[in-house]
Write a protein that binds this ligand. Structure first.
Ligand SMILES: [Zn+2]
Length: 492
């Protein structure tokens, strides 16, 4: 049991949690965004990130501090909090990124963790190997073994009250990510970054990213706080949270600002293409695109970085509210409509619906059917499991509303796409209270037919008649042959 992380509300595999960071004496509410602060370049000061944006946690690179003489001296003397001017929790990266970029760094896990401890970091990181996507299985396994040795070294370092990251690697092999997750979870380390996904996000491979996260999550316990390392675009926060990620870090807010890119929850815009600023933050209400373009470079970079940070924090708050309201998947679904690659990400998430279903709360506020993907949501899977435990007995009418000719039935159950059949007594229970468009689509009817099939297969002694409202052949072909079907318009 990891007592520094407490999971509260949940929706899909997303959760609102409380991460206790003892060294900083703060509790960080997750999902949380950690702005990346480069110790050498301060586009926005950490103090302002704290006061104006409400950041409770940030991340900086201890390797840069360690390898820059005057920064190292000052960090050791004043401590990292005074050096940066930030009172919240400070996470320090180890130089693994530099290792991946340049092939060599001159510190060991022990040295960098002791240095992080000595400069007052609140969450430290060992030197892991961020294996890029699509490498050979052999290389992924070899490098994972090195990462696992680093975790084991980290366990033997006296880190005091500092929490320690246990990165989960494994390239684009979900089963290696799962094994890495299981190994990391078995250590006594504290926070679990899923590493080396930046190349996937940069090339819009959201489906691969989701498969990797789902793999890591299968290996990690439910009480493991998960950091999606390098994920800073607000467009994908809802999706990643629904997959079970709790922490994000944004270097994007500053890097994008440097070359005039403007973040939105629907994607990235280039300032030169904007005629309007679709945002109501302080920067966007005080300026129009021409004003921004006319600003001196440094001023424009700062203003864009402030806007970028604003939309990122706003999206995190929106995601948290969606978890509270129980409509996170509706938010994911609308974000998925912003880019085909995001839709792939959402479809990949639904490939893991059974895994999500294990964490998804049994009862939430509402279920809105918004697209064919809604038919694959975990709630639909759960209902299909539930009907197999029900026994209507005798001769049963399953109806979308219409009454077939003749015959008397022992029971009449409702059929509502995408769920399928259920006794009227369950009509007021979640998710059967869900709202479905009157113009139902093929996917919803196919899912309802799967529900019928599950019920019928579980009750071999019962006779069934299905009164459907013009189901397509693709749905009717899922209904077992022994069910008598009749087309009866429900008058909806
Ligand atoms: Zn703005």
């Amino acid at each position: 049991m990891r007592d520094h992380f407490e999971v509260r509300d949940g929706d899909a595999a997303g959760r609102i949690g409380r991460l206790s960071v003892p060294r900083a004496d703060v509790t960080v509410e997750t999902p949380a965004l950690m702005p990346v602060v480069n110790p050498n370049i301060r586009t926005i000061s950490p103090g302002r990130i704290e006061s104006a944006f409400g950041a409770e946690i940030l991340i900086t690179n201890s390797y840069i501090v360690h390898s820059t003489d005057d920064l190292r001296e000052r960090a050791l003397e004043e401590g990292l909090h005074d050096l940066l001017g930030f009172d919240g929790a400070i996470v320090t990266d180890s130089g693994s990124f530099q290792l991946a970029e340049y092939g060599d760094i001159d510190v060991t896990t022990r040295e960098i963790l002791e240095f992080q401890r000595d400069i007052g970091a609140d969450v430290g990181t060992p030197v892991d190997v961020p294996t890029p996507p699509d490498v050979s299985r052999e290389r992924a396994e070899r490098e994972l073994a090195t990462t696992e040795r680093a975790l084991s070294d980290a366990e033997s370092v006296d880190t005091g009250e500092m929490l320690v990251n246990a990165p989960v690697q494994g390239s684009t092999y979900p089963e290696l990510r799962e094994a890495a997750g299981r190994n990391a979870y078995a250590t006594d380390l504290d926070v679990f970054p899923v590493g080396a996904v930046v190349p996937l996000m940069n090339s819009y491979r959201y489906a691969d990213m989701i498969d990797i996260v789902a793999g890591a999550k299968r290996g990690l316990g439910r009480d493991a706080p998960v950091h999606l390392f390098g994920a800073g675009h607000p467009m994908m926060f809802a999706l990643a949270v629904a997959a079970g990620c709790d922490l994000f870090d944004s270097a994007a807010y500053a890097i994008y600002a440097r070359d005039d890119r403007y973040l939105t929850v629907r994607g990235t815009e280039h300032l030169e293409d904007l005629a309007y600023l679709p945002c109501s933050c302080a920067v966007c209400t005080a300026h129009d695109p021409d004003d921004l373009r006319a600003c001196p470079d440094e001023e424009r970079e700062r203003l864009l970085a402030e806007h970028n940070l604003h939309v990122s924090f706003a999206e995190i708050r929106r995601v948290k509210q969606a978890i509270r309201s129980g409509n996170l998947l509706e938010l994911v679904e609308s974000r998925a409509r912003s880019h085909p690659a995001m839709l792939d990400g959402y479809r990949a998430l639904l490939d893991h619906a059974e895994q999500l279903e294990r964490e998804d709360p049994a009862s939430k506020g509402s279920f809105f059917y918004l697209s064919g993907e809604s038919a694959r949501r975990p709630e639909v899977h759960r209902h299909h499991e539930r009907v197999t435990r029900l026994d209507p007995g005798g001769t049963v009418l399953l109806t979308e509303g219409g009454m077939p000719s003749g015959d008397v039935y022992d029971a009449a159950w409702r059929v509502v796409p995408p769920f399928g059949p259920f006794p009227r007594a369950l009509s007021e229970t979640y998710p059967l209270t869900g709202e479905v468009p009157a113009r139902t689509d093929r996917h919803a009817r196919e899912a309802a037919a799967t529900g019928v099939a599950r019920l019928v297969e579980a009750n071999p002694e019962t006779s069934f008649v299905l009164a459907h409202d013009d189901w397509p052949a693709s749905a009717l072909s899922r209904v077992p042959d022994r069910v008598e079907t009749e087309l009866v318009h429900s008058g909806r």
